[in-house]
Design a protein around this ligand. Structure first.
Ligand SMILES: [Zn+2]
Length: 139
């Protein structure tokens, strides 16, 4: 069982081993979910891809979306399946808010951040400029 703190540390270490060229983010853009309906479900095709791109734990994004959209959802392979029909523009608006709140550093505007929890408070920590500030809890 890896403790969350250890996991953060492992990520940090793995990240610090990357050559600078890889770390340099190629112009970050807020990603968009590709969404389609299947029966009474809403499928996000590129869910995992987006999670990887914004470097956030899929579990955290799942939590955020289910809360914000007030609809149950589950991950299936690379996809996210939401129960009920949710308009794609609504989902992407939530994703945009998530990225602006929890990914892009409000000090320097770079996406080279991570989420950390200190004494029950969630923070964004930026590895580009060193900023650290609290953000609203997710779920
Ligand atoms: Zn920053």
């Amino acid at each position: 069982m890896v403790k969350p703190d250890d996991y953060e540390k492992m990520l940090d270490e793995a990240y610090s081993l990357l050559p600078d060229k890889v770390k340099e983010t190629v112009r970050f853009e807020i990603p968009k979910f590709e969404v389609f309906f299947q029966g009474n479900q809403t499928i996000i095709v590129n869910f995992m891809e987006v999670c990887k791109y914004i470097r956030r734990d899929p579990k955290v994004i799942l939590k955020y979306l289910t809360k914000e959209l007030a609809a149950p959802a589950n991950v299936a392979g690379d996809r996210l399946i939401i129960k009920g029909k949710v308009r794609p523009d609504k989902i992407n608006k939530k994703l945009e808010t998530f990225v602006k709140t929890y990914v892009i550093c409000k000090e320097c505007g770079k996406p080279d951040t991570e989420l950390i929890t200190i004494e029950g408070v969630l923070y964004v920590r930026c590895s580009a400029c060193g900023a650290r500030y609290p953000v609203p809890p997710i779920a």
